[in-house]
Design a protein around this ligand. Sequence first.
Ligand code: MSP
Length: 505
Amino acid sequence: MKAEQEKTNEKSFYITTPLYYVNAEPHIGHAYTTLAADIIARYMKRQNKKVFLQTGTDEHGSNIEKTAAAKDISPKNFADLICGKFIKAWQTLAIEYDYFIRTTDENHEQQVQAVFEHLIKTGDIYPGKYEGLYCSSCENFYEKEELTDGLCPVHRKNVETVKEDTYFFRLSKYEKPLLKYYAENPSFLSPPKRAQEIINFVKSGLKDISVSRTKVSWGIPVRSNPGHTIYVWFDALLNYITGPGFRLPFKELEQRKKFEEIWPADIHLVGKEIYRFHVVIWPAMLMALNLPLPKKVFAHGWWTANGEKMSKSKGNFINPSTVVEKYGLDPFRYFIFKEVPFGNDGDFSFEMLEKRYNSDLANDLGNLFSRTMNLALKNLEKLPALEEHKEIEERILRTESKLKQDMENIRLTEYLNKIWKLISELNKKIDSEKPWEKIKTEPDKAKKTLSEISLYLIRIADWIYPFMPETSEKMTNFTATFKFQYGSKTKPPVLFPRMQCSKKP
Ligand code: MSP
C-alpha cells in the first residue's frame, strides 16, 4: 500500500516528440523521433519509472492553410485526414504513447489564448509592426543574412516579405537568463556538440519575435484582438504543458498537483532543424510564465534517402509502414538506430537494411540463439540460475550499469553496440569451444559453455526489449518455459529468417 502511494506521488518521467505538421504524411524521419521516444520510454518503464510519453500533430498555420486550399478541402478536414495517418503509423510501429495531442483540441486552443492574454498583461507580449522575411514551410522568420543564396536555408524555397501589425514576444529580455540556465544545467543542451552554436547565437543578441499574424486565418485568434491569429510556433510549443494539464489559472489544487507530477519534461526529443525553437524561444516562454524548464532538449540528425532530402515530388519518400510490411517491425526499429549514431545525419537505403538484417540479426543474434538453444534443449536439464555463476553475474551487472548510462544520455547507438559486441564475443566462444563435439568427450565443459551463453542470452533478450519488443518476447517466452527435451522435436523459434537481397519494396 505504502509503495503504491509513493508511486502515485512520484514525478513522472516525461518525454515528448515534436508535433508533426499535418501537411505531409508520416515518413521515416517522423518515425525516427517517435521511435526514439518510444525506446527511451519502454526502457524507463522497465526501470519502474512512471512514464508519460506525449506526441501529436501541429495543425495550424499558413502552410497547412495553403496545402488544404490547393486540395479544395477545409483545413480542419485535411488535418483530420493526415492526423489519422499519423495515428495509424504509430500503431504499426508499436508506439506506446500516453497522450496524443492535436493543436486543434479545444482545451489546447483555450489555454494558448489564456497564455497569450496573460503575457499581454505582464508586458511580455506587446503590439507593434513587423517587417521581414518568412518561410511558410518552416513557419519561421529569417534575417537576410540567414538565407542561402536568397532562399530559405532549410527548404531552399523562396521566402515572402511580410509586413503587418503584430504582437511581439519580449525574447530579448531572456538573453541573460537563458545563458545562465545553459551554464548551470550543462546537460540541457544535448548532445553536447549542439551546445556551442546555441550559446553563440544567444550571446550575439536576441531580438523580440513576432508572435501573431493578421494575414493567416487558420490559427488560434488572439482573444482580445481577433483580427490576429497566434503564431503557429507559439501555439505548438505550448502543447508540452497543455497536454499534461496546465491551466491558467488552475482552478483546483488537484489539477495543479497532477500537472506538477508530469512537468517539467525530462526530455524533449527534436530534429536538429527545430532545435533553436526548443532551446531559445520555448524556455524563454516558460520563464515568462514562471514555470520550471525542461531538463534536456536533445536534437538528432536528419535522414536522407539515397543521398537526397526526402520529398514526395522526388519519389524518395519512405513510408515506415512499407518498410515494416516487408522487413518486419523489429528489424526496422533496430536498423535505424544501429546504422547511424543517434545524433548524426544518415542516409537510408534498403540495401543497407538488408545487409544489416542478414549480418546482425539473422547471423549474429538469430544464429547464436538457435544454435545455443538447440544444443541446450538436447543436453541441459534446465537453464542455469545466474546466482550459480558469480563471474557472469558480475559482468552482467557491469554491462547493465553501462547500458543505463547510455540510455540516460540518449546514446542509443552505443547501447546497441555494446550488446552486439557481446553477441559477437559469444559467437566466437561457441565456435571455438564447439560444445556439439565436446559433449561426447568432455560433457561437463560443453554444458558449461551452453549454460554460460544461455545466461547471457536471457539477459540480452531483456536488454533489446526497448528496441525490439517482439523479438525480446519470443526469446523470453522460450527461455522461461525451457524444458529438457531430449529426443523431442521442439525447436527454438527462428528469430530472423534469412532473406534474399532484393530490390526495394
Ligand atoms: N510542427 C513542427 C514542430 C513543432 S514542435 C512544438 C515541425 N513539424 S515537422 O512535421 O516538420 O516535423 C519535424 C520533425 O520531424 C523533425 O524535427 C524531426 O523530429 C522529424 N523529421 C522530419 N524529417 C526528418 C528527417 N528527414 N530525418 C530525421 N528526422 C526528421 O517541425
